[in-house]
Design a protein around this ligand. Structure first.
Ligand code: NAP
Length: 520
């Protein structure tokens, strides 16, 4: 059985304060273990700060971009092996594994392109020069430079490849060394990714470290120039935010947490229209892709009262065709198990809570025997669609993120302002998708809900053929959301680097500023 170690201080070492076993969620067989050991986390941070930061900050954006390009290429070359590991350790179908792994290389490549465009410089100019004196001589310019510390990344279990890559891309391009910790239960893919990067020698020493298992007291040693970026549950976020060292030294922290993402069908959308087809495709995909274990998955589907039966029927028809089972045992399987036993129990409990306040739409309580499963093994949950005609009083709908293939169709009046009130009951989300061919529906609804989201997806006939759906996070667009979603911001092209940089206002003689920034 594979033994997973951490890559810290320039070597592979056992560092977790507890051993852990990784399982295949389709068969419940043990496939790897995280080795227990001791490490001095203060030293680990010091090594990254000294070695990694120095190496990265001696490079221009273009050169850092070349590193990201080499990382993307490495993942692409190792793609088949990583897909196999994602199926073993995450229960991923081939499509789900590609979504994670190709998403990782695509995001690295996108940041490599940004690096190439920024070119042979190390200072990012922020905005235009401004005259602040009587004459143009006395001038000001904002600049951004990397923080002189380490970027600690802690990721959720559902995207072991993309999670590592999307955070690392922005940090490394900005010039900060990274220490990345995946969730223990699905660490196999990210562990192998780091092995591949080392085999190909694509990164400077100290630029990327990796934690297998727990991070011990690492967070308590963070300093004011370090940053912490976390993706996971709100409960863990609360613990991390309240770590003594983090509070005391004002460590910058970015949180990507839960989200009860919504989709809204406008009353103008006719059954059988292209926009209706886009809506059904998106909601079914986002309910079932990665077995619903996606932070961007659609949990609340708001539909005009008179369309509820049609939408439930159209979705049920699609869901009935979905083969659930062990992706490694049968190539017809389109949805694998949830990732862990804990996850299985949480999802089952979440369905119970939702069922107490909603009616059945499809799939009962999610009981299912996975195709290809042996002796009833495997953490399989069938797709579950619930229905409510009293959305405003259905607490579970707006407060409980059931992190599995579970979604609810909820009736609303058809007015944009009513839709907005219901969307806002989610208390802040990553993405909401709106479907209409009536521009006035968008112009009325967008200003009412934009403040509650990092991203709004506007589905209509004209873009239907080109859209990957709201659940796909794109490197050029912001990822994150206010309130319940954690209040964080990632990606968004250049914007994604801001977290890893200090913005500094320079004021002085225009010619001196120009000599520093290169801006005439
Ligand atoms: P989790 O239980 O909160 O764990 C997330 C990460 O935190 C794991 O790496 C975990 O490590 C680590 N962790 C837990 N306690 C810690 C501590 N005291 N100190 C340091 N690290 C600690 O969340 P999860 O179950 O993996 O992920 C599911 C949740 O993530 C869902 O709520 C989902 O909505 C959210 N999510 C959000 C996004 C987004 O972008 N907004 C994306 C994906 C998922 P161990 O595994 O070693 O315990």
């Amino acid at each position: 059985m594979r033994s997973l170690k951490s890559y810290v201080g320039g070597q592979w070492v056992a560092s977790s304060n507890r051993a852990a076993t990784l399982y295949n969620p389709s068969t419940e067989e043990a496939i790897a273990e995280i080795a227990a050991g001791e490490v001095d986390w203060k030293q680990v941070l010091a090594y990254s700060r000294e070695k990694g930061a120095a190496a990265l900050q001696s490079l221009t954006f273009a050169q850092r971009g070349e590193i990201l390009q080499a990382m993307a290429k490495t993942l692409h070359e190792g793609r088949e092996e990583l897909i196999t590991l994602a199926t073993q350790n995450g229960g991923n179908t081939r499509g789900d594994a590609k979504f994670d792994i190709d998403g990782a290389s695509f995001t690295l490549a996108a940041y490599a392109d940004i690096g190439a465009k920024l070119g042979d410089t190390t200072i990012l100019v922020d905005g235009d020069p401004e005259q602040i004196g009587r004459t143009a001589r006395f001038s000001a310019q904002h600049i951004r430079l990397p923080r002189a510390g380490v970027a600690v990344h802690i990721n959720a279990f559902n995207f072991p490849a993309w999670g590592l890559a999307e955070k690392a891309a922005a940090a490394l391009l900005a010039g900060m060394p990274v220490i990345s910790k995946p969730a223990s239960a699905t660490a196999l893919v990210s562990h192998r990714m780091v092995e591949m990067f080392l085999e190909k020698d694509v990164l400077p020493e100290g630029a990327l470290s990796f934690i297998a298992g727990s991070s011990g007291d690492l967070l308590s040693h963070l300093q004011g120039q370090d940053v912490l970026s976390f993706t996971g549950s709100s409960d863990t976020a609360k613990i991390l935010r309240s770590t003594e060292g983090v509070i005391e030294r004002s460590v910058h922290i970015n949180v990507e947490a839960d989200s009860l993402n919504a989709a809204v069908l406008a009353p103008d959308v006719e059954l059988g229209s292209e926009t209706f087809g886009l809506f059904i495709n998106d909601v079914v995909r986002d309910m079932t892709q990665k077995t619903g274990q996606k932070c961007t998955a659609i949990r609340r589907i708001f539909v005009p009262d008179e369309r509820v039966d049609d939408v439930v029927a159209a979705m049920s028809e699609r869901l009935a065709d979905l083969v659930v089972g062990d992706p490694a045992a049968d190539s017809n399987v389109r949805m694998g198990p949830v990732a862990t036993e804990t996850q299985y129990k949480d999802v089952r409990a979440g369905i119970e809570r939702l069922a107490a306040q909603t009616d059945e739409g499809f799939g009962g309580m999610g009981e299912i025997e996975g195709r290809g499963s042996k002796d009833g093994k495997g953490y399989f949950v069938g797709p579950v669609l619930r229905v409510t005609r009293d959305a405003a009083n259905c607490d579970a709908l707006h407060s409980d993120e059931v992190f599995g293939p579970v979604s609810t169709v909820a009736a609303y009046s058809g007015s944009a302002s009513d839709a907005a009130k219901l969307i806002q009951m989610g208390k802040g989300g990553l993405v909401t998708s709106l479907y209409s061919d009536d521009r006035s529906f968008f112009t009325e609804l967008v200003p009412l809900v934009a403040a509650f989201h990092g991203r709004l997806y506007l589905g209509s006939e004209k873009m239907a053929g080109q859209s990957p759906g709201p659940g796909t996070v794109m490197p050029a667009l912001l990822h994150g959301g206010p309130g319940r979603a954690g209040g964080g911001e990632e990606l968004g092209g250049l914007r994604g680097m801001a977290f890893y940089q200090q913005r500094t206002a320079l004021q002085g003689d225009k010619a001196i500023l120009a000599a520093i920034t290169g801006v005439k």
